[in-house]
Write a protein of this length. Structure first.
Ligand code: G3H
Ligand code: ZN
Length: 287
């Protein structure tokens, strides 16, 4: 099946009240793990490339790996740029074959974020590439953050409304209390804010920094309109823990396949669990 853009998947997710897993890939084994897990669960899936992954593997290698992985698969797969940094990078990814892009102007002023995102939408839409954008700041958010601090960092619902009206994006990533990487404590999500944003923008909402977020919180976020859930850290952790376990068990092992093979299987298990949690298992045929 050829790559699909994420709008098609998100529309179906919206109709059914579930979310699609967007899993970050960094190497061949993780690309294979994402596809194997999605096939085993008969789920649509998004494979995404972060800035770190592009730097590590190169855009050409990532695209080629994913193109190879989707050959012969019957599940819908999207290849998505994660946290795109510039208009030029978006164009490079579209030319390379990506079916979806994120432009992350969340560090810019609202006006500049709107202008950049709008330009990306105008370029991507005519070639059937979907666009995700971000409003608000993710980060190391402490448990005892004050209401004022929350308001300064988290996505403002009224600004979100204006943002989607003026840009025409397909999906909006929001800041509601998640952070990238490992959490020190348990993240507390601002569900009333999510509900308000969703009621105003009426678009699929994207949750970044979803590794380590408790299952109940993920379920509630999906109930309130999150339709794309991004997972990176949980996969990396499972992968590297398994590498460590194998090498502890067999310190003289010199065959990378015997180390990376089990790590790939560990990644498959984590991804399958996420797919079931997000409710996308069995939904491949609905796209
Ligand atoms: O864009 C990618 C994600 O937001 C991944 O976040 O590493 O906390 O799972 P995570
Ligand atoms: Zn992210």
């Amino acid at each position: 099946m050829p790559l699909v853009n994420i709008s098609r998947i998100l529309q179906s997710a919206d109709n059914g009240g579930w979310a699609v897993g967007a899993f970050n890939c960094n190497n061949m084994e993780i690309v294979q793990a994402i596809i194997s897990a999605a096939e085993a669960e008969n789920a649509p899936v998004i494979i995404q490339a972060s800035q770190g992954a592009i730097k590590y593997a190169g855009l050409g290698f990532i695209t080629a790996l994913v193109m190879q992985a989707v050959q012969g698969t019957r599940i819908p797969v999207a290849l998505h740029l994660d946290h795109g940094t510039s208009y030029d990078q978006v164009v490079r990814c579209i030319r390379s074959g990506f079916s979806s892009v994120m432009i992350d102007g969340s560090h810019l002023s609202l006006e500049d974020n709107i202008a950049l995102t709008k330009r990306v939408v105008e370029t991507a839409r005519p070639v059937d590439v979907s666009v995700e954008a971000e409003l608000g700041r993710l980060g190391g958010v402490e448990d005892d953050i004050s209401v004022d601090e929350r308001d300064a960092l988290f996505t403002n619902p009224e600004e979100a409304y204006r943002f989607v009206q003026e840009t025409g994006v397909d999906a909006l990533a929001v800041a509601i209390g998640t952070a990238h990487g490992l959490y020190k404590g348990t993240p507390r999500l601002d569900f009333p804010r999510l509900e308000k944003i969703r009621a105003l923008v009426k678009l699929p909402i994207v949750l970044h920094g979803s590794s380590g977020v408790p299952a109940d919180a993920i379920r509630e976020a999906v109930r309130l309109g999150v339709r794309k859930v991004n997972i990176d850290t949980d996969i990396r952790q499972a992968f590297v823990n398994e590498v460590r376990r194998v090498l502890d068990e067999k310190p003289n092992e010199i065959d990378p396949r015997k180390v990376l093979g089990p790590a790939r299987e560990a990644a498959v298990e984590v991804i399958r669990g996420k797919i079931r949690l997000f409710g996308s298992a069995g939904k491949a045929d609905e796209i």
